[in-house]
Design a protein. Structure first.
Length: 333
């Protein structure tokens, strides 16, 4: 294969941005007068949760536009986008027909895409599915310059919707990931998606809720092991793991079971950003992943859900991969 053909075959991340609306809100102040038990707040804080973003006064298209506008300011011409794939977690984060997120964005940016569609049903893992589609469409259409993955999720209501459990705070946000062949920030290396269909109803009843509590961390661990095996790498050399911004106890348990230290997981945004569902990928790439990739490090985004869907998305640096950092266990040995 020629160098030109290799470049054409390499699909990767060209640009990424997120749209987290407004300044971060402190849950401790926000819940005053909302009949939230003090023990719930204490558990949230113990699990590293504190801040979130509230965009309930904005539409899903507006949240996505907060991200796309950053890309256009950096030089993206929307007419160069051949494919647009929209992903979301919340079933209600889409306007009622005949309005659509995609038609609203098309009207705003004037793009004339070859195809535009939404993916769902995999909750927070949907963004991994969307990236699979983006890469597949570009590989099958060498004349296409870019595919754009956009996400939006909003939460409606007060504390009973923001605080669905004591290890995460629901945040609102949109995001955009530009995928292409040229001007890459990182290689879109490998995507692993797993779906345990028996849990598709989510925590809709006591039996499912108990099953999810027992199995989510184990299924996530198995996903990461499968992902490493498919890439031909030891788990310890996959790179730093960027999880969704919730469930800190799960990630610590997963790390321990895989022989990974807590430092190999980026957990800061659980407290700083809140869980913006599918937008967590872009948020964590901007806040942490891009700097690691620029330094020659691999990163893996990992999404888990309460509907049995999981995704691991690997990004590799454009240049040589730096030697993996020694874990505390390896240093001690």
């Amino acid at each position: 294969m020629s160098v030109q053909d290799q470049q054409q075959a390499t699909i990767g991340l060209v640009d990424v941005a997120h749209g987290l609306p407004g300044p971060a809100i402190d849950i401790v102040d926000w819940v005053q007068g909302q009949n939230v038990a003090p023990t719930v707040i204490e558990q949230l804080l113990e699990n590293g949760c504190r801040y979130f973003h509230d965009g309930t006064d904005q539409s899903d298209a507006q949240l996505i536009s907060l991200a796309i506008d950053q890309m256009t300011e950096r030089g993206l011409n929307p007419l160069d986008v051949a494919y647009v794939i929209h992903a979301h977690t919340e079933a209600f984060s889409m306007p009622a027909p005949p309005v659509s997120v995609l038609s609203q964005l098309a009207a705003r940016y004037g793009w004339r895409t070859r195809m535009a569609f939404s993916v769902g049903h995999l909750a927070c893992a949907s963004v991994g599915n969307a990236l699979q589609w983006a890469a597949t469409l570009l590989r099958r259409d060498p004349s296409a310059r870019y595919a754009l993955v956009v996400t939006s999720d909003r939460v409606f209501g007060q504390a009973n919707h923001r605080i669905r459990q004591t290890a995460g705070i629901q945040s609102d946000g949109g995001s955009a990931l530009l995928i292409g062949r040229e001007g890459l920030r990182a290689v879109l290396d490998h995507i692993t998606v797993r779906n345990h269909a028996e849990l598709f109803d989510g925590p809709s009843n006591a039996v499912n809720t108990a099953a999810i509590a027992r199995s989510a961390w184990v299924q996530t661990k198995n996903l990461l092991q499968d992902h490493a095996r498919e890439r031909g790498l030891p788990v310890t050399e996959m790179g730093e793991i960027l999880p969704i911004n919730a469930d800190r106890p799960y990630w610590l348990a997963i790390g321990k079971s895989l022989g990974l230290s807590a430092e190999q997981f980026f957990l800061d945004n659980i407290g700083r950003r809140g869980h913006a569902c599918c937008a967590d990928l872009a948020v964590n790439l901007v806040d942490r992943g891009l700097s690691l990739l620029d330094a020659g490090r691999r990163v893996v985004y990992c999404a888990q859900s309460n509907v049995g869907a999981y995704a691991a998305v690997a990004f590799s640096p454009i240049g040589p991969v730096a030697a993996p950092l020694a874990s505390p266990q390896q240093e001690a040995a």
